[in-house]
Every structure is written in C-alpha cells, then in structure tokens.
Design a protein around this ligand. Structure first.
Ligand SMILES: Nc1ncnc2c1ncn2[C@@H]1O[C@H](COP(=O)(O)OP(=O)(O)O)[C@@H](O)[C@H]1O
Ligand SMILES: Cc1ncsc1CCOP(=O)(O)O
Ligand SMILES: [Mg+2]
Length: 275
C-alpha cells in the first residue's frame, strides 16, 4: 500500500459515506453521547444510541456497523454487551471498540476480557488504553505497562506501537492510537497522521466521538482505511477549528463545523506518512 492509493481510498470513503448515510448505532457513555452522535451526523452517518439488551441485539442486526464505548459502565451492561456482541458476530457486522478507562472496576474488566473471543474490527483508544487492552488479552506489548489515569493517557503514542500492532494482527483488523499525533495500523502497515489541536484535550469526548466516526466509516471501508479516514478527518478539522476558537467552548462548535465542511480530497491530503 503506497500513500497515493491510501489517499484515493480515504477520499472515496468520505464521498461514499456522505452519499449513503449509513445507519451506525452505538452503546456509548453518558458523558459524551451527544458529541458522538453529532460527530457521526457531521461525517454523514445516521446515529442511534441504546442501553437495553434487546435493543442492542435489534440495532446490531439493523446497523451497517456498530460502536461500543465502555466509558460509563452500568450494571445492566453485564447483559446488554455480551448479547449485543453475540448478535454482531452472528449477523457478521463489524464494530469499533473504545476501551475507555480500562482498569476501573471488575465489570469493565470482565466485559473487555469477554470481547477477546468475538473481537471488534477496529480498536480505538489513547496510548495507555491500547497498551492495557493488549496486556489484558495477553498479547506482546514490548513490555509496556499502560498507565491509564481515569480516562486519560500517561503513555506516549510511540510507546503503544508494539501493542497496537499486536492487537491489530490478533483481531485481523485495525488499531488507532490517538494523542499529539495519531498512529493507525493493520499490524503490517503503520501510519503516522499529523495535525489536530491541544484543545481536543480540553473538551470531553474528542476520543469517544473519533471512535463513533470510525464506526461510520467502517460501514463503507476496510478497518484500516476506516480508522485512518476518521483520524485524518479529526486532524484536519482540529487544525482548522483551532484557528477560529477562543477556548474549549468555541473550539467544540468550530470543530463540528469543520468536520461537516471537510472535503474528501482535503481529508485525504492531511499530512500522514508510513512509519
Ligand atoms: N496534543 C494534541 N495535539 C493535537 N491533537 C491532539 C492532541 N491530543 C489529542 N489530540 C487529538 O484529539 C483527539 C482525541 O484524542 P485523545 O485526546 O488522545 O483521546 P482520548 O480522549 O480518548 O484520550 C484525536 O483526534 C487526537 O489526534
Ligand atoms: C470523562 C469521562 N468519564 C467517563 S467516560 C468519560 C468521557 C471520556 O471521553 P474521551 O475519552 O473522549 O476524552
Ligand atoms: Mg477516550
């Protein structure tokens, strides 16, 4: 895969998504749910958030891809999430996992452990979450430990590269690691995408909504291209939004506008390199 063919695939993915408006349901956290849905709409998808077991199963079958984010675990997720993931597996629907705050509490850990048997097509997280998930699943992380602090990372993106590549190979899909720069890998090809803004760390839900938008593109593209398209769109829109913003509040609004307005060619041409 060379950069030019990757760029062509990214542009085609953005274009198809706007034409098709794929239905991409989510089970996601109650803190950032609204930003996730708005970002999915801005990218051209159709969003629906559910909580209950039968609703999870129903929309898993009806959706074209799916997003699961473990940010705020509720007791009934012990039933909702295994049933939904089983339905996704049975209906051959691909899904994105964001293992937010991995390490907090026993139910979150138990759920993340159980996903190993029916894995997602894409895992998206910050560096510490990716290292921690690879460790939980017993994969080779190059001895990295993964220092998640609540929902934040304490590891650099580069430190998560072995974990990301091992995870991507294990799931036979793709892994995206976010931070000051972003890494996307399918286990063989690894890319570094530049851009974004430090203001992303001053609003809640930048990472969660990036996962939701990845799921939208997953309805239209391979795991690797879907993950990279979302990362490129965020890095471009974040760069543009920072020029308009006075602080986190105006950044959030400017970011949604920039994501909505970003053209396929500009997303494809946001700076990235094979590493
Ligand atoms: N210092 C930074 N500079 C530029 N972009 C950043 C920076 N930190 C995070 N981002 C961007 O913010 C988005 C969310 O990433 P991140 O904050 O790592 O996720 P999470 O919220 O899950 O920890 C990504 O698009 C990422 O590229
Ligand atoms: C603050 C918080 N607490 C539980 S989930 C959540 C949102 C995390 O969002 P993100 O990972 O996108 O920063
Ligand atoms: Mg996060």
């Amino acid at each position: 895969m060379d950069c030019e063919s990757i760029q062509r695939e990214i542009a085609a993915t953005v274009r198809r998504t706007k034409e098709d408006c794929p239905f991409v349901p989510s089970i996601t956290n109650s803190v950032t749910m609204e930003l996730v849905a708005n970002a999915q709409l801005a990218a051209g998808g159709s969003a629906a958030m559910v909580y209950l077991p039968d609703e999870g199963e129903g929309v898993a079958a009806a959706g074209e891809s799916f997003y699961i984010n473990l940010g705020t675990v509720m007791p009934f997720y012990a039933e909702t999430l295994p049933r939904t993931v089983r339905a996704l597996h049975e209906h051959r629907r691909r899904w994105v996992l964001d293992p937010v705050a991995i390490g907090i509490g026993s139910l979150r850990t138990e759920l993340l452990r159980c996903f190993r048997a029916m894995p997602p097509a894409v895992v998206r997280g910050n560096a510490s979450e990716i290292i921690a998930l690879a460790n939980l699943w017993g994969l080779d992380t190059g001895a990295a430990k993964g220092g998640v602090r609540g929902v934040d990372a304490t590891d650099s993106v580069g430190a998560a590269r072995p974990a990301a590549e091992a995870l991507a190979s294990f799931i036979d899909g793709a892994v995206a690691v976010s931070g000051e720069w972003d890494l996307v890998t399918d286990g063989t090809v690894t890319v570094r995408s530049e851009g974004g803004s430090p203001l992303f760390t001053k609003i809640t839900g930048a990472g969660c909504s990036l996962g939701g938008v990845t799921a939208v593109y997953l309805a239209e593209a391979s795991p690797f291209i879907a993950a990279l398209t979302a990362v490129q769109a965020y890095n471009l829109a974040g760069t543009r939004a920072q020029r308009e913003a006075k602080g986190p509040g105006s950044f959030r609004a400017a970011f949604l506008d920039a994501l909505y307005r970003a053209k396929p060619g500009a997303i494809a041409e946001n700076p990235f390199a094979l590493i």
